[in-house]
Design a protein around this ligand. Structure first.
Ligand code: PIR
Ligand code: CA
Length: 312
C-alpha cells in the first residue's frame, strides 16, 4: 500500500501530541510537513512543543513551519490553558530541540508542498484553528482542486465544548473556518460527536503504561495530565483524545463512519458563532463536498495508537 502523504497543521497541546505520535509511528503515513498555529497556547509555545515532539518521535527531518500568531479578525484568547497548561504540555518531559523552523510561513509551506507533489496525493490534516488553512487557500487557490482531501478535527453537529454549540478550533477563528468550509475541496469533519467516543479509559492508560519505549512513556505523561485537567476543569471522568482521530481516519478510513452532509460555519450569531451548522434532514445532494464523522471503532483506534508508540 502506498503511504498516505499528510501535512499536519497543529497547536500542541496534549491531544495534538498524541496525533503526532500516531502519525510518526504508523507505517502507512508519511508526514511531509508540520505547521503550527496559535490555539491551545501562543504560537511561540506550540511551535516549540511541535519541534520537541518531532525530535522525540524521530520526525526531525520533517519541515516544521510556524504560521498565524492570531486569528484573522479577532484577538487570540488563550482559553485552553486550563486544559493544556501554561506551556501547552505541562507535566511532561521532552528532549530539548534546536529552534529549527522553516523560514517560510506555514501557509506558504502548505501551498509549496501541495503544488510540488502530484495532484490529489496530499491530505491536509488541520487539528487546530483553521487560520493557516484559510490563508493558504487565499494565497494559492489552486490547492483547493489539488489536495486529496482535508480531514480536520473541529466542530460538531450536535454539541460544542467552549460554547453550547461551538467547538474550540472553529470558535477560535470562525472567519477562517468559514473560508475553509466554503471552498469546494473534499472535507471530512471529525468533530466532537466523534471525538467524545475516543475516551482515554483506565484500561487504555494501563495498557500504555506497560509499554517501555520513550514515546509510550511520554504518552503516559500526556494522558495522565490530560485526564486530571479534564476532570478538574470540565468534570469529565475520562478525557476525549480529539486530534488523533483525524490521523486515524487518514490511516484507515474504515475505523470511522462518516456521513455526507452540507456544513456551514456561523460566525455572526449571538449565541451560535463558531457553530458548524450541519444539515442532516435528508440525504446530501450529490455535489456535497463535506462529510461528518459519526462513529468510531474504539478498540481499533486505541490499538493503532498503541502499535505506533510500541515502534518507538
Ligand atoms: C481541547 C482543545 C481545546 C480546548 C479544550 N477544552 C480541549 C483543543 C484540542 O487540541 C483539539 O484540537 C480541539 N481543541 C478540541 O476542541
Ligand atoms: Ca489541537
Amino acid at each position: 500500500m502506498e503511504k498516505r502523504k499528510v501535512i499536519i497543521d497543529c497547536d500542541p497541546g496534549y491531544d495534538d501530541a498524541v496525533a503526532l505520535l500516531l502519525a510518526a509511528g504508523n507505517p502507512n503515513i508519511e508526514v511531509l510537513a508540520i505547521t503550527t498555529v496559535a490555539g491551545n497556547q501562543t504560537l511561540e509555545k506550540v511551535t516549540r512543543n511541535a519541534l520537541r515532539i518531532a525530535k522525540l518521535a524521530r520526525l526531525e527531518e520533517v519541515t516544521v513551519a510556524a504560521g498565524a500568531a492570531r486569528p484573522l479578525l479577532r484577538d487570540q484568547v488563550v482559553v485552553a490553558a486550563n486544559i493544556h497548561g501554561e506551556s501547552g504540555l505541562d507535566g511532561t518531559t521532552l528532549p530539548e530541540a534546536e529552534y529549527r523552523v522553516d523560514p517560510r510561513c506555514a501557509a506558504q509551506v502548505i501551498v509549496d508542498t501541495i503544488m510540488r507533489e502530484p495532484e490529489k496525493t496530499v491530505t491536509l490534516v488541520p487539528i487546530g484553528p483553521l487560520t493557516n488553512i484559510a490563508l493558504a487557500a487565499r494565497l494559492e487557490p489552486r490547492i483547493v482542486d489539488r489536495v486529496k482531501e482535508v480531514v480536520l478535527m473541529g466542530g460538531g453537529y450536535h454539541i460544542g465544548n467552549v460554547k453550547p454549540m461551538a467547538e474550540f478550533n472553529i470558535e477560535n477563528d470562525p472567519e477562517a473556518a468559514y473560508i475553509v468550509f466554503e471552498e469546494k475541496w473534499p472535507i471530512v469533519m471529525v468533530g466532537l460527536d466523534l471525538t467524545y467516543q475516543a475516551l482515554a479509559t483506565k484500561d487504555v492508560k494501563e495498557k500504555i503504561a506497560r509499554i517501555d519505549t520513550p514515546c509510550a512513556q511520554f504518552l503516559t505523561q500526556v494522558l495522565t495530565r490530560f485526564s486530571e485537567n479534564y476532570k478538574r476543569s470540565k468534570g469529565f471522568d475520562e478525557p476525549p483524545v480529539h486530534d488523533p482521530c483525524a490521523i486515524a481516519y487518514v490511516i484507515d478510513p474504515s475505523i470511522i463512519q462518516v456521513r455526507k452532509a452540507p456544513v456551514h460555519v456561523e460566525y455572526r450569531g449571538q449565541f451560535t458563532s463558531g457553530m458548524t451548522v450541519t444539515d442532516l434532514r435528508k440525504p446530501a445532494p450529490s455535489d456535497c463536498h463535506t462529510a461528518v464523522a459519526t462513529h468510531l471503532a474504539r478498540e481499533r483506534f486505541w490499538n493503532l495508537i498503541i502499535e505506533a508508540v510500541k515502534n518507538q
